[in-house]
Design a protein around this ligand. Structure first.
Ligand code: SF4
Length: 277
């Protein structure tokens, strides 16, 4: 049921909106979440175009630039995609999400990418409406490096999966931004967890630094160590292949991090095992 806060936010947004905002999308579909705290739940995925990072292990490089079209699933889970032009008007996206939202089917809506926070001004208007119309919680999957944009939409979020990018694995370096981002999530009392992709090249010093960063905000924030899923040779983004860690490495790293934070879970990408999107 929509809350009073949702209804007021919706009215304010309608009053302020004099034109229809648009977003560039890659796809909308219904699937099982394969990562993090929401693993195994059914979600409506909205995958936004654009990413400003270039992680070595990225399996979504097709999202980096905006495609001229996006694919939209007609019936939840049937992969009967329609092709539509980008950019997509807000009202159109609401219609597509409502079409997916069959009774009792979905647990939440996942905002994914790319980097969804590059669409923060669109989300500021879209989220209060979609929350009210569907009654579904909103889950954000993010690189965790844009705290200013997060702050503009935090009141409309229910849970956040924040990537913490290790320089030795991803090639990206955002320690300060990650700390600020996690603090905002924690202060907002929403469900937040940290996801760290680990590979054979992972530097344990960076894992210790990550654990300390999380513990500084709260020792209770769950951390997910996700062994990298190696990319096919044709999709590898660097000369050095990103390989999965050994079982021994993972056990040592989990023990290392558990000295600082209470929950460190090791979970691979389960949607790939299930052949989900
Ligand atoms: S943040 Fe995500 S989409 Fe962007 S490069 Fe990294 S893995 Fe790919």
């Amino acid at each position: 049921m929509p809350t009073q806060r949702d209804r007021v936010a919706l009215l304010i947004m309608i009053a302020k909106t004099t034109f229809t905002p648009t977003a560039r999308l890659v796809e909308v579909f219904s699937a099982i979440q394969g990562e993090g705290l929401n693993v195994g739940t059914r979600q409506i995925f909205i995958r936004f175009a654009f990413c400003d990072l270039r992680c070595h292990f990225c399996d979504s490089a097709h999202t980096w630039n905006a495609p001229s079209t996006c694919r939209i699933e007609r019936s939840p889970g049937l992969r009967d995609f329609e092709i539509h032009s980008n950019p997509v008007p807000l009202t159109q996206l609401i219609e597509w999400v409502e079409r997916q939202n069959l009774p009792c089917l979905h647990d939440s809506i996942s905002l994914t990418g790319g980097e969804p926070l590059l669409h923060a001004s669109f989300l500021e208007q879209f989220l209060p409406i979609v929350r009210t119309k569907t009654g579904l919680p909103i889950y954000l999957e993010t690189g965790g490096h844009r705290p200013e944009q997060l702050a503009t939409i935090i009141t409309y979020l229910d849970s956040v999966g924040m990537d913490l990018k290790l320089p030795s694995v991803s090639g990206e370096n955002y320690w300060q931004e990650h700390a600020k981002f996690l603090q905002i999530c924690h202060d907002s009392h929403l469900h937040v967890f940290v996801k760290i992709i680990v590979s054979q090249q992972t530097n344990p010093d960076e894992l210790e630094r990550s654990a300390l960063l999380v513990a500084e905000v709260s020792q209770d924030i769950p951390v997910f160590l996700q062994p990298v899923t190696p990319l096919p040779v044709s999709e590898q983004l660097t000369q050095i292949p990103v390989l999965a860690p050994s079982p021994e490495q993972v056990l040592i790293w989990q023990a290392l991090m558990k000295q600082f934070v209470k929950q460190v879970r090791v979970v691979p990408q389960t949607h790939k095992m299930l052949n989900q999107l």
